[in-house]
Design a protein around this ligand. Structure first.
Ligand code: NAD
Ligand code: WQD
Length: 337
């Protein structure tokens, strides 16, 4: 398939481009570089042997995006493009709603106009909101998320459901990712946040290379065995192969489908520190701080539906992810330059 990958130079998008080529697909990347670097393209070429076609375009810009749809014979779209920092979304809700909603609407409009049959949308476990149980299944209610970022995912899911109902020829997959971590085994691709990392794994890797003094553990008094928060960390390469499996599913014309992409296993913050130390031999100093507002105690996926219907499941371990994330961080102490 010829797959339009919006946000294809970002963390998950770049790993997915690699897996698309591996599976015999072709990727056409659109990215406005608001949270990624053009240098990722050369790295993709190094890994895949192919320099993917790249358009530096904002997906909110209908007029600029239209020629891409007109000129490239697109069979499927994977829409990764979006802003994703939870804390920032509380400070800049307007920018988050504008970018995430308008880019999704523009892509959907062009999908309809050019009769592209298949769309995969990057949703998030955040759509389950402040749920009090784990694991969560795809049937759990999606009512309201905890922050503006999460709300954009809830809204876009609803919008895409309505569009698919009105256009039954469309196949749309809503993929709810849990916590993607890790990087490509080559050390060429990985997570490259701007400034102070918001997420656990990039913070740990920056402590590991001495860029930050110590990890701040956000609370050790949760109702979990060791008191720290539990999450479902999925290796980004597993997540990427989940997209390839989803495209295969969409080829069977299923209409609208929803899948959790996680491992089904929970790991606490303390367990993650241990795993990192085991995988890399590097000690991670930490202090325990107050809990972060809005954090859940426990979140992990029920993965049976994806296993059954996509024939896909996460294969890599948290130790693999720690080793790969560290490899990328060591090779790129200042991110991708
Ligand atoms: P990322 O920031 O690394 O990648 C997103 C890419 O989209 C970046 O390259 C950015 O430059 C680009 N982009 C943003 N807005 C754009 C626009 N209007 N037009 C064109 N390009 C634009 O983020 P990621 O971690 O790879 O996440 C990809 C998607 O998955 C996002 O939609 C995110 O919300 C979703 N998601 C991520 C996580 C996570 O923890 N990383 C979890 C759940 C869902
Ligand atoms: C994981 C655990 C923290 C940092 C976020 C978004 C979610 C999704 C994935 C996009 C928690 C603890 C963290 C630190 C810590 N993104 N922690 N010290 O919050 O599960 O999910 O990213 O859709 O929407 O909310 O991930 O990596 O920030 O936190 O102790 O410096 O690590 O409290 O228990 P989270 P995270």
């Amino acid at each position: 398939m010829r797959v339009l990958v919006t946000g294809g130079l970002g963390f998950i998008g770049s790993h997915t481009v690699v897996e698309l080529y591996k599976a015999g697909h072709e990727a056409i990347i659109v990215d406005n570089l608001c949270n990624s670097k053009k240098a990722v393209l050369g790295r993709l070429e190094k890994i895949t042997g192919v320099l993917p076609k790249f358009y530096e375009i904002d997906c909110c810009d209908y007029e600029k995006l239209k020629p891409v749809f007109a000129n490239e014979k697109i069979d499927a779209i994977i829409h990764f493009a979006g802003l994703k920092a939870v804390g920032e979304s509380c400070v800049k809700p307007l920018e988050y709603y504008e970018n995430n909603l308008i880019s999704a609407l523009t892509v959907a409009r062009l999908m309809r106009e050019f009769k592209v049959k298949n769309l995969v949308f990057s949703s998030s476990a955040t759509v389950y909101g402040l749920t009090d149980h784990a694991p969560v299944t795809e049937e759990d209610p999606v009512t309201s998320a905890i922050n503006p970022y999460g709300e954009t995912k809830v809204m876009i899911e609803r919008i895409l459901e309505d569009i698919q109902k009105a256009e039954p020829w469309m196949n749309i997959a809503l993929l709810r990712y849990f916590n993607p971590i890790g990087g490509h085994a080559s050390g060429l691709l990985g997570e490259d946040p701007n400034g102070i990392p918001n997420n656990l794994m990039p913070y740990i890797t920056q402590v590991a290379i001495g860029k930050r003094e110590k990890l701040h553990v956000f609370g050790d008094n949760y109702p979990t065995p060791d008191g720290t928060g539990i999450r479902d960390y999925i290796h980004v390469v597993d997540l990427a192969t989940g997209h390839v499996a989803t495209l295969k599913k969409l080829e069977t014309n299923p209409g609208l489908v929803v899948y959790n992409l996680g491992t089904g296993k929970g790991t606490s913050v303390f367990e993650m520190i241990d795993a990192f130390e085991k995988a890399t031999g590097v000690k991670i100093p930490y202090v325990v701080d107050a809990p972060r507002p809005g954090d859940l105690a426990v979140s992990y996926a029920k993965t049976d539906k994806a296993e059954r219907e996509l024939g896909w499941k996460a294969e890599k371990t948290v130790l693999d992810a720690c080793a790969d994330a560290y490899h990328f961080q060591k090779n790129n102490p200042n991110g991708i330059e």
